[in-house]
Design a binder for this molecule. Structure first.
Ligand code: AP5
Ligand code: MG
Length: 215
């Protein structure tokens, strides 16, 4: 299956993607995680991305599209993938269509996670992620690690993302509404969008998502 996950910052895309990717046996491809890995490795791409991310703005398309395409072309993605945080504007959605068309492939679904803004703010305020791998995501009260400050998956140190400050979150939400939400209409025109509520416990949302994808 080829799936795009869409939803505001803090909706739970990364959290759900980990379970959905496992259930569906496809790789979880998060452009945010790819950027954060590049930043921690000090690559040129990471250096380019950091200032945009810290400001809550989108990293320019010429950097992002190439990186996403390279990742989608890796061996583990030949039979499908779950995209988290890409595409994030209409130009990226059009670029993805070009990549897929060239390989005679199509998307199966665009899963839209709906969450009220006050919940998103609470989720982001308590989020902690792992230094070793930013796809290991926790929350101090909603999804607490077994041992405070320590990643359940790999034992790494948990920390708060640099772009999770109140001011940056406000900007990220604004960018979501103006630049990312239009892709939902873009995909509605292709009849691909399934919208679910992302409220409730993590496993309840996963079950809802799996149900929606089966249809
Ligand atoms: P990215 O890393 O993609 O961030 P985002 O879209 O803002 O989304 P988040 O990761 O903040 O939220 P999420 O939905 O994954 O929520 P999570 O599962 O962590 O992008 C970061 C930046 O990179 C962008 O601002 C941009 O600069 C750049 N970038 C990335 N992709 C780009 C692109 N394509 N083009 C240009 N620039 C790009 O959950 C949040 C919290 O809630 C966690 O603490 C979790 O434990 C908790 N939680 C999850 N589910 C539940 C639940 N059901 N109940 C209670 N708590 C829950
Ligand atoms: Mg995420």
């Amino acid at each position: 299956m080829r799936i795009v996950l869409v939803g505001p910052p803090g909706a739970g895309k990364g959290t759900q993607a980990a379970f959905l990717a496992k259930n569906l046996d496809i790789p979880h491809i998060s452009t945010g995680d790819l950027f954060r890995a590049n930043i921690s490795q000090g690559t040129e791409l990471g250096l380019k991305a950091k200032a945009f991310m810290d400001a809550g703005d989108l990293v320019p398309d010429e950097v992002t599209i190439g990186m996403a395409k390279d990742r989608m072309e890796q061996d583990d993605a030949v039979n499908g993938f779950l995209l988290d945080g890409f595409p994030r504007n209409v130009a990226q959605a059009e670029a993805l269509d070009v990549v897929l068309k060239a390989e005679d492939m199509q998307l199966d679904a665009v899963l839209d996670l709906e969450v009220p803004e006050d919940e998103v703010v609470k989720r982001i305020a308590g989020r902690r992620i792992c230094r070793n791998d930013s796809s290991h995501v926790f929350h101090v009260s909603y999804n607490a690690p077994k041992s405070e400050g320590v990643c359940d998956v790999c034992g790494g140190e948990l920390y708060q993302r640099d772009d999770d400050s109140e001011e940056t979150v406000r900007r990220r939400l604004e960018v979501y509404h103006t630049q990312t939400e239009p892709i939902i209409d873009y995909y509605r025109a292709q009849n691909l969008v399934v919208t679910i509520s992302a409220l409730g416990k993590v496993d309840e949302v996963t079950a809802r998502a799996m149900d929606a994808l089966k249809k």
